[in-house]
Design a protein around this ligand. Structure first.
Ligand SMILES: [Zn+2]
Length: 173
């Protein structure tokens, strides 16, 4: 929320250079940036590092775009599994979902369209947070407000949600 007033396009805070750490699903991985004239730019996840194959002279923006694209793909693969798991448990149907960069929220839900958006930044956090935020947004399909009824559903589906909520606040968005 504290970055709400940033004007676009912000310069990346990171340089995305070799040795810089990248948080992926709660674990820090060093980046290895390899410049090559040939071949398409690519982001490759290795056991112990993340490899960025870039053209010589690539900018931090280029490298951020590359790694964002990869993170988006990772999220788009993980998200259907979470939604498929929870749809029958919550008893709702998500019509559309997607991943986007958001400055102030971890997720959002359009209850009329039954559409949910998840913040791309969730890719940095342990997977339980992706699940928690997704369930939170899905519960909005039952109850739009953050009222007692909403909290009752959360208590039922994710008994530990209050701690997750607190922990999530400690991560900068
Ligand atoms: Zn909400």
């Amino acid at each position: 929320m504290d970055r709400q007033q940033t004007t676009r396009p912000p310069s990346p805070e990171k340089t995305y250079t070799t040795g810089e750490e990248f948080l992926f699903k709660g674990r820090a991985f060093p980046l290895k940036v390899i410049e090559q004239d040939q071949g398409k730019p690519a982001c490759i996840f290795q056991e112990d590092h993340i490899r960025l194959m870039v053209k010589p002279g690539s900018t931090p923006f280029d490298r951020q775009g590359l790694i964002d694209g990869w993170c988006r793909k990772e999220m788009q693969q993980a998200l259907p599994l979470v939604i498929d798991k929870w749809e029958p448990l919550i008893g709702v149907k998500v019509c559309r979902f997607g991943v986007r960069k958001m400055k102030t929220r971890w997720g959002s839900c359009n209850t009329h369209a039954a559409r949910i958006w998840l913040n791309l930044s969730l890719v940095h956090l342990p997977p339980r947070f992706l699940e928690y935020v997704t369930v939170h947004e899905m519960v909005h399909l039952l109850e739009r407000g953050h009222n007692a009824r909403f909290k009752g559903f959360m208590d039922r589906f994710i008994p530990d949600w209050r701690n997750l909520k607190k922990e999530l606040k400690s991560y900068r968005l």
